[in-house]
Design a binder for this molecule. Structure first.
Ligand SMILES: Cc1cc2nc3c(=O)[nH]c(=O)nc-3n(C[C@H](O)[C@H](O)[C@H](O)COP(=O)(O)O)c2cc1C
Length: 497
C-alpha cells in the first residue's frame, strides 16, 4: 500500500452519524474475547509483587519527564513497579458471587484490553536473561525463551542506539480480535491508542525511577514477530520501549520457532482484513529500518526546568486512583490546572522517530467551563492557549463525541489533531502508527495530570470529519486522532483487585 493505502483505511474507519447508525448491531456476548493471553501453566514464571512504598516523585513531575538524577537498579522489584503500575490489573467490579470484571492501570475503550506486554531482558537481578510475557492479572512474568535475546532487537532496529545499551526492552503487541469484536475495523486505531495509554504510564514510571526510556517505532516487523513467536495477523508488534542504559547486548542468538499454544480467545475468531492490511501497509523489512528512521532520531526529551507546577500527589498513588469519569459535575476547573496538564502531555515523546521536543499531535479544545478562560474553541501551541472562536460550544462538543453528554458536561474537551498528510509524507504509511500512538500517549498523560489535580478524565470517540470541519482554521485540514474530556467529576472508586 502507498500512503494513499493507509489513508484509505483511515477514511473507511471514520465515524459519522450514518456509519454509527449502520453499524449499531448487537454484540455477541457469548463470543466475547478473553482479555488475557494465557500460556500453558507449566512454563516457569516469576512473581512480581506490587511495590510497597511509592517513589517520592509527583505525578506531574514524572509526566514531565522529571525524576531523580541517579537511576534505581533495574531488578525484579523495579520491573514489578514498572509493569504492575504500567499495565497491570488494579481494580475490580464484582458482577456475581464468583465473578468480577478487572480494570487495569490504563484506560482501554470498552475495557477490552487488546495490548500485550513482553520483556526482553539482560541479566537483571532476580529475573535473569530471557524473553518473558507479562500476565497483568497474575502479576507475573512467564518465561518464553531462556538466554539473552537483546541482540535480536539490536538487529531488528538496525542498531537504534538505545537498544544495545538497554538492559530491558518492552515490546507491546496488539491482538486485533479483542477490540474488533466490538469496534470492527476501527479496532486497528484502538490498538495504538491503548499502547499509548500504557506508554504514558511507563514513561512516567521510568522517569520517577531515574531510568532513561525511549520509544522505538523503527523495526523489522518480521524479526520482532519471530522473536515473540507471534504470527503478524492475529497478534502483531506495535512498539518497543527501551528502559535503562549502560548495558551491552550480546550478538543475536539463534531464535528457534516458539510453538506455544495459548488459550483460544473465544469460540470463533473473526478476522478483519482491513486491520491486517492497515498494519501490513506500514511494515518495514530489515534493510529499510535505518533509512526510515533517517536523521529524525535525536537524544532524550528536553528536561523541563524545575518542578512541574501543581499538586504533589505521588505518581503511584495517582495511577492507583486513575479511572475514567462516567459523568462530569458541570463545574469549572482552573485554567492553571488545564495548562499544567496540557504542557507536559504535549512536550514530545522520547522516541527514535522524533527530534527531541518535537510532536506530531496538536491539541485543540472546547472550553466549556474553565475559570480564567472564556468559553470557546482554542488551540494549545505548547505554551499558550490561542482563541479560535469564543462562545458556548458545549452542545457541539457533545455532538462531535458521538452525542455523548460527557463532552458537554466536562470542563474542557480536548481534540488531539494531527496533520496526517505531513506525517505520512515524512514517515510513509508507518507514520499512521506514530500518529495514533502519540495521541494515546498524550491522552494517557492527561489522564494522569487530571487525576493529580483530583479531576476526572475520559477518552472519547468522535465523528472524524465533523471534528476536522469544526476546527478548520484555513490551514491544511487536520485529522482527529483521539478525544480526552476533563473536569470536576464525582467518582466512586472500585475496590482494589
Ligand atoms: C481510546 C479510548 C476511547 C474511549 N472512548 C470512550 C467513549 O467514547 N465513551 C466512554 O464513555 N468512555 C470511553 N472510554 C473510556 C473507557 O470506557 C474506559 O477506559 C474503560 O471502561 C476502562 O475503565 P477505566 O478507564 O475506568 O479503567 C475510552 C477509553 C479509551 C482509552
Amino acid at each position: 500500500m502507498s500512503p494513499s493505502g493507509i489513508l484509505a483505511y483511515h477514511e473507511a474507519s471514520k465515524h459519522s452519524p450514518e456509519s454509527v447508525r449502520r453499524s449499531s448491531r448487537g454484540l455477541d456476548w457469548a463470543n466475547k474475547p478473553f482479555p488475557y493471553k494465557d500460556y500453558p501453566r507449566g512454563l516457569p514464571s516469576i512473581d512480581l509483587p506490587m511495590p510497597g512504598v511509592p517513589l517520592p516523585v509527583s505525578a506531574l513531575d514524572a509526566v514531565a519527564g522529571l525524576g531523580p538524577s541517579s537511576a534505581r537498579e533495574l531488578d525484579a522489584g523495579e520491573l514489578g513497579r514498572l509493569l504492575n503500575y504500567g499495565a497491570g490489573v488494579m481494580r475490580k467490579r464484582p458482577i456475581s458471587e464468583t465473578q468480577a470484571m478487572y480494570f487495569r492501570t490504563y484506560a482501554s475503550a470498552g475495557g477490552l484490553y487488546p495490548v500485550e506486554v513482553y520483556a526482553v531482558t539482560g541479566d537483571l537481578p532476580g529475573v535473569g536473561p530471557g524473553l518473558y510475557h507479562y500476565h497483568p492479572r497474575r502479576r507475573a512474568l512467564v518465561a518464553l525463551r531462556a538466554g539473552d535475546h537483546r541482540g535480536s532487537l539490536v538487529e531488528a532496529t538496525a542498531s537504534e542506539p538505545a537498544v544495545p545499551e538497554a538492559p530491558l526492552t518492552l515490546v507491546l503487541t496488539g491482538i486485533p480480535w479483542r477490540t474488533a469484536w466490538k469496534y470492527g475495523a476501527r479496532g486497528f486505531r484502538h490498538l495504538y491508542w491503548d499502547a499509548g495509554m500504557i506508554l504514558a504510564n511507563l514513561l512516567a514510571l521510568a522517569a520517577a525511577s531515574g531510568l532513561p526510556a525511549r520509544v522505538v517505532m523503527g523495526f523489522d516487523d518480521a524479526a520482532v514477530e519471530r522473536l515473540l513467536g507471534i504470527d503478524g495477523r492475529h497478534e502483531f508488534p506495535l512498539c518497543l520501549l527501551t528502559i535503562g542504559g549502560g548495558s551491552t547486548a550480546p550478538a543475536a542468538a539463534e531464535v528457534p520457532d516458539l510453538a506455544l499454544a495459548t488459550r483460544p480467545l473465544s469460540a470463533e475468531e473473526i478476522e478483519y482484513p482491513q486491520i491486517v492490511a492497515a498494519q501490513d501497509s506500514g511494515r518495514l523489512q530489515a534493510g529499510e529500518v535505518a533509512g526510515w528512521r533517517g536523521s529524525g532520531a535525536a537524544a532524550a526529551r528536553p528536561a523541563l526546568l524545575g518542578a512541574a507546577p501543581g499538586p504533589h500527589d505521588l505518581l503511584e498513588n495517582v495511577i492507583r486512583r486513575r479511572g475514567s469519569a462516567r459523568s462530569f459535575d458541570r463545574k469549572p476547573m482552573p485554567v492553571d490546572a488545564l495548562t499544567s496538564m496540557l504542557a507536559p502531555a504535549t512536550s514530545g515523546v522520547p522516541a527514535d522517530y522524533a527530534p527531541a521536543g518535537s510532536r506530531l499531535v496538536e491539541p485543540y479544545l472546547i472550553a466549556n467551563r474553565v475559570d480564567g478562560l472564556g468559553a470557546g474553541a482554542y488551540r494549545f501551541d505548547g505554551e499558550k492557549l490561542q482563541l479560535l472562536a469564543s462562545g458556548d460550544f458545549a452542545q457541539e462538543a457533545a455532538y462531535l463525541c458521538l452525542e455523548q453528554a460527557l463532552a458537554h458536561d466536562a470542563a474542557a474537551t480536548h481534540f488531539l489533531m494531527v496533520d496526517l498528510e505531513k506525517v505520512l509524507g515524512r514517515f510513509g504509511d508507518r507514520g499512521y502508527r506514530l500518529a495514533q500512538l502519540e495521541a494515546g500517549i498524550v491522552a494517557g498523560r492527561m489522564y494522569l495530570g487530571a487525576e493529580a489535580h483530583r479531576l476526572g478524565a475520559t477518552g472519547l470517540t468522535f465523528y472524524d470529519d465533523d471534528v476536522t470541519r469544526f476546527f478548520a482554521d484555513g490551514d491544511r485540514p487536520k485529522s482527529c486522532m483521539l478525544v480526552l474530556a476533563a473536569g470536576p467529576a464525582t467518582r466512586h472508586l472500585l475496590p482494589l483487585a
